[in-house]
Design a protein around this ligand. Sequence first.
Ligand code: SF4
Length: 397
Amino acid sequence: MNAQKIPVFTPNSTTDDTQGKTNLLGMSKRELAAFFEQLGEKAFRATQVMKWIYQFGVTDFYQMTNLSKKLQEKLANAACVVPPVVKFKQFSEDGTRKWVFEVAGGSLVETVLIPAEDGKQFGRKTLCISSQVGCALDCSFCSTGKQGFERDLSASEIIGQLWVANQSYMEDVPVNERQNHVTNVVMMGMGEPLLNYEPVVASMSLMLDDNAFGLSKRRVTLSTSGIVPKMYDLAKDIDVALAISLHAPNDKLRDELVPINKKYPLAELIQAAKHYVYDENPRHKKHVTIEYVMLAGVNDTDTHAHELVALLQDLPSKINLIPFNPFPHAPYARSSNNRIHAFAAILNQAGFVCTIRQTRGDDIDAACGQLVGQVADRTRRSAKWQESVAKRQNAQL
Ligand code: SF4
């Protein structure tokens, strides 16, 4: 990744709990270096502090043992490391972990970690991260869209979700033995990440930065419903995997399912995706992932499959079919297993790598820029979580 190309972004404070101090969580190395210079310190301190924060999960400056006492004190007076507040967490026996965070202003967002089924302690763990509170795009099959849009998340609120997820494996581990557990990140939670561009890119740059989380660029995926101009920006600014929430093989149907298609129709979207794959930057992935939610009788016929083959013929792509999980008042039903397999067979015969997403119990099924597969209505669930948090708090009084 070319650090020079990453947009400068000043993170907002994550919570109301920074007490007037500067929250270092979410700052890029450049921003941290500038902060240290303002304090009259050498810029290389930024690298040291980043490692403490992101690799060892340390928030107490007095535990950062390679800093002088004087600097520790200076930092304790001027700065803090404050992640979003965990309002609720649920760790299931199959290894899935879910968090509900309260972000500044009291809104709730959720984050889900899904481990590989091999159960290995340091096996693959994929974290699905939210980028906005709610979403303005109102895709007709998406429960997040039904909530409407509340606000963008700051870089610290975005990266804080990953920080907390790793922290959940570090709590009882001595500082010098700690290591990060999350291996993959997908920007597929609540919101359209490309409509919150700078904080999202700043956060992904921290995910890739060797002094922060050091994830491989192939293991950080941004999923978009197709904000075409920002896809060109993304190709210039950062090198991560790209997924597209397609869900329909023609404009007429996509206008209905993914209304942003009226603004950026398929021809423009596919062109932007090709640019992302083929642009002059050879570091980019050699394919994009196409997300396609399977809606019975709506987008799942043989004709749709053939249309999809034609649409994607010049775009190196892997196709991920997602069985729809209905939510209350959803106007759609899930395609039958037979239908999904017949659809997949047409894509396979045409030479596409096509997978069918497995649903795992109560897992979240991320489908695009959202956690679309979740059964429960998100607004209701947030209210339910708030209720259960309130009950717990009352019980403790
Ligand atoms: S599917 Fe993605 S882009 Fe569409 S409303 Fe849901 S979160 Fe927003």
